[in-house]
Design a protein around this ligand. Sequence first.
Ligand SMILES: O=C(CO)[C@H](O)[C@H](O)COP(=O)(O)O
Ligand SMILES: [Fe+2]
Length: 249
Amino acid sequence: MSPSAIIAPSILSADFGALGKACSDTIGQGADWLHVDIMDGHFVPNMTFGAPVVTKIRSHVDRPKEALAKGTFDCHMMISEPKKWVKDFQKAGCDLYCFHYEAAVNSTAAESPETQSDKKTSPKELIKYIHDQGMRAGVAIKPKTDVSVLCDLLDNSNKDEVPDMALVMTVEPGFGGQKFMPEMMPKVEALRKRYPELNIEVDGGLSEKTIDTAADAGANVIVAGSAVFGAQDPADVISKLRDAVEKRR
Ligand SMILES: O=C(CO)[C@H](O)[C@H](O)COP(=O)(O)O
Ligand SMILES: [Fe+2]
């Protein structure tokens, strides 16, 4: 049996002028996690916010005592230097630090701004580093990246270096409100077949119209921004997304 449905509204589509309240309201409407999109204007052509804002919104939602339980802050790091910000986000209240594979393999960031050099960090070293800071680690892939890069990480026998979640992007990262890419589903199907217990997240264009396709493929962690925050009744949308995943388990 695949893991339970986890509904993670993306606060990218919330009112940034009242973000703390939007976070607590969404959890009250039945969301499991909050999906927090961090964009640096470099890895993607858009910017959001950094750790100081995460610190402020964290105080509006109880931090989960158990890993990946309700209230988890799922930080989707669309940034060029994923290692550089690990400690800041841990302190700010991130529970699950999900970096982009593409950024890690191109990253030139060292551990801290003081020691920046051209030292490279491999994705598996970065996963261990995130675990060492007490967070869970996720690895995201853009639409043009092959799913085999995730399998290589997931097949590692050293558990410290294995990701806790795989994120298959179903839009090009950078903006909310884009069209879901069903052609990404073979990646999700391949992961579900090989890793029955893995948390597989899909992000971009998820709604009541596209959830069946994602759920059929085996996704269980559902990010939805515009579909939740643009809805008349967000609780109803969250519940329908959950039901669609649960009925396929
Ligand atoms: O990572 C993202 C964009 O890069 C967002 O999480 C995603 O697009 C959610 O928004 P929507 O559900 O409106 O597509
Ligand atoms: Fe995202």
